[in-house]
Design a protein around this ligand. Structure first.
Ligand SMILES: Cc1cc2nc3c(=O)[nH]c(=O)nc-3n(C[C@H](O)[C@H](O)[C@H](O)COP(=O)(O)OP(=O)(O)OC[C@H]3O[C@@H](n4cnc5c(N)ncnc54)[C@H](O)[C@@H]3O)c2cc1C
Length: 403
């Protein structure tokens, strides 16, 4: 039996951030990370397409929380304690400079996730954190004052335990045995599969700012939209997948979406088309893309509006004008299934938030048991917000655990 002062279960982003901060804040404590894999920080490695989108340049807590479909209310207090700016400082003090991209995402200036991994491994070594790989936790029991944690390589005891195991169902089961409630896991951050003539053979087309609504639902979002080989992606779609994670799972990922490609009302669009009919009379509609709609998409929408390649603006009848306005402002597409968004994906679901003290991330049911990262029922849209949850929860848990 090995005795430690603090056991961290899970050698991912949250586990390392917590372990390093605990050991730094209280060097007297014996801290160990138990990791089931033969490597640590594997998700950090592949994150952000191998570049690791560490956080987001959003510095107002009230704005930052809006990116969390689950956790919005609960993270407001914690973000007042440890924010994105603190993340930037933390890494900078340890020699890792971050840069901001145009869309607000922040990456190491090296554009390599290995920089973050090297930083964590060096810090863990410097502060004498024991990193024990190939240690899969099989059971967690509380016996009087201490936890008894059984792994495939022996039993560990400790007064304090942090669960940072991400979305592992086996650990959620162990937590249920300890009295916690787990909201059922469903995928979040995915792209939509759509087979439709209007987007066929034009992958790579980007529309800068669309409005997308899920039919028969209050779900809607706006932002860039990317047409892919399988359907649609980019923030407008990914935000819907995150905020609609539960609802869309219930619909088995079969639903209709309504897209406004030009962020203009049907009526205004129709008025503009009527003016264009006069202005561009002799030109073919097919060849004269309008409203900043990318040419290849415009052509598809024109052909879907009861016209052919040769139809001239002057020849458009009322029905054709209305159909084109409708294709531009309220185009309906059938979504049939989802695909993985390879740059980032997370699971909605996890430890019920009402059972956690958000000042310390300690369990309200089992004293000295703490949580950080994705094991909680918290997840965010894409952009560095999921890691920010890992850093903030781990930091606040560390502050309490190191006391
Ligand atoms: C491909 C991909 C790219 C991503 N890119 C980004 C990004 O750029 N920016 C961003 O903000 N978010 C990104 N995310 C999300 C982000 O990676 C997660 O939110 C984050 O890793 C969660 O950290 P965590 O420490 O809670 O869990 P994890 O990183 O999943 O770590 C959990 C660790 O616990 C270990 N573990 C599990 N069970 C046991 C057990 N029984 N015993 C011992 N150890 C165990 C696991 O092996 C793992 O190492 C991405 C996710 C994916 C999948």
């Amino acid at each position: 039996m090995t005795e430690k002062d603090v056991l961290i279960i899970g050698g991912g982003a949250a586990g390392f951030f917590a372990a390093i901060n605990i050991a730094e804040q209280n060097p007297k404590l014996k801290v160990a990370i138990l990791e089931r894999g033969k490597e640590v920080l594997t998700k950090v490695k592949v994150s952000g397409g191998g570049r690791c989108n560490v956080t987001h340049a959003e510095f107002i807590p009230q704005e930052l929380v809006l990116n969390y479909p689950r956790g919005e209310k609960e993270l407001l207090g914690p973000f007042h304690q440890f924010m994105t700016g603190d993340t930037i400082d933390w890494f900078e003090k340890r020699g890792v400079a971050l840069k901001i991209e145009d869309d607000g995402r922040m990456f190491p200036t090296t554009d390599s996730s290995q920089t973050i991994i090297d930083c964590f491994l060096n810090e863990a070594k410097k502060h004498k954190v024991a990193v024990l790989m190939n240690h899969a936790v099989k059971s967690i029991q509380k016996e009087s004052e201490a936890f008894v944690v059984d792994t495939n390589q022996g039993v560990f005891t400790s007064k304090k335990v942090l669960i940072a195991t991400g979305n592992n169902p086996k650990i959620w089961k162990l937590l249920e045995d300890l009295g916690h409630t787990i909201s059922s896991p469903v995928p979040s951050l995915f792209t939509f599969n759509i087979k439709d003539e209007r987007i066929q053979d034009i992958p790579g087309v980007v529309v800068n700012n669309v409005l997308v609504k899920v039919a028969d639902s209050a779900l809607e979002s706006s932002g860039p939209l990317l047409i892919t080989h399988w359907g649609m992606s980019a923030p407008a779609i990914l935000k819907l997948s995150a905020f609609g994670a539960l609802e869309l799972a219930k619909r088995d990922y079969k639903f209709k979406i309504v897209i406004n490609f030009i962020n203009t009302s049907f009526e205004d669009c129709l008025d503009i088309l009527k003016e264009l009919k006069l202005e561009l009379a002799k030109k073919t509609v097919y060849k004269s893309a309008q409203f900043d709609v990318p040419k290849r998409l415009w052509q598809k929408l024109v052909l879907a509006s009861k016209m052919d390649h040769e139809t001239r603006w002057a020849d458009l009848n009322k029905d054709q004008l209305e159909t084109l306005a409708s294709q531009l402002t309220q185009a309906i597409f059938n979504v049939d299934g989802k695909s993985t968004f390879k740059e980032e994906f997370v699971t909605a679901g996890g430890v019920e938030l009402k059972e956690v003290n958000f000042k310390t991330f300690e369990s309200k049911l089992v004293p000295q048991l703490y949580f950080a990262g994705e094991v909680l029922n918290i997840d965010a849209v894409t952009g560095g917000f999921n890691f920010q949850n890992a850093w903030t929860s781990a930091y606040l848990a560390a502050q309490s655990m190191s006391r």
